[in-house]
Design a protein. Structure first.
Length: 184
């Protein structure tokens, strides 16, 4: 019998039940934080940085997220030095999301780690799992792009606005479209 908590299973990227009391408490905590953070639109970036450090797993110097911002837990998000997320980004961070140094992310980008079983019987049990997302250094992601679970984006890559990234993007590559495909 597996005695691990649902949170331990979630963090391991294994099947878990999201409405577990411990995870609900974590979600309430981050929801309260998001209310405070998203009200801080007029606060200078250095003061918002301190707010980010309260909730996120790691926040490099000069990292900035412009409110409003939305996430599942916060503690699974790691921002490198000078990383920037523009208005209205969503990060579903049931497992780790790493965003590298100097990466710039446009408005309304969604970074998703949450996934669901393909087997309908497992979905009916309210089971889900996560696959980590890693975004390298000096990446540019255009507004409205969606990064799906399990994707790795290499350093210096460019993702066109509105793209749906379903697979890994090599370092230095430019991808765009739905699904995103390499250009040039």
């Amino acid at each position: 019998m597996d005695r691990r908590s649902q949170k331990q299973r979630m963090l391991a990227g294994e099947l878990y039940v999201a409405d577990d009391p411990e995870l609900q408490a974590d979600n309430r905590r981050i929801s309260e934080w998001m209310v405070r953070y998203n009200a801080a639109l007029a606060v200078p970036p250095d003061q918002r940085h301190a707010l980010l450090a309260e909730a996120l797993g790691a926040v490099g110097p000069g990292a900035n997220i412009r409110p409003p911002f939305f996430c599942d837990y916060g503690y699974n998000i790691r921002l490198g030095e000078g990383a920037f997320l523009n208005f209205n980004c969503v990060v579903l961070d049931v497992v780790q999301v790493s965003i590298g140094r100097g990466t710039q992310i446009g408005s309304a980008v969604q970074i998703l780690t949450a996934d669901h079983p393909r087997d309908p019987a497992l979905r009916a049990q309210m089971l889900e799992f996560g696959r980590p997302v890693t975004i390298g250094a000096n990446v540019w992601i255009g507004s409205g792009a969606i990064i799906l679970p399990g994707v790795t984006v290499g350093d210096d890559a460019v993702i066109g606005a509105g793209s749906v990234v379903t697979r890994d993007v090599p370092a230095g590559a430019t991808v765009m479209g739905n699904p995103a495909r390499r250009k040039g």
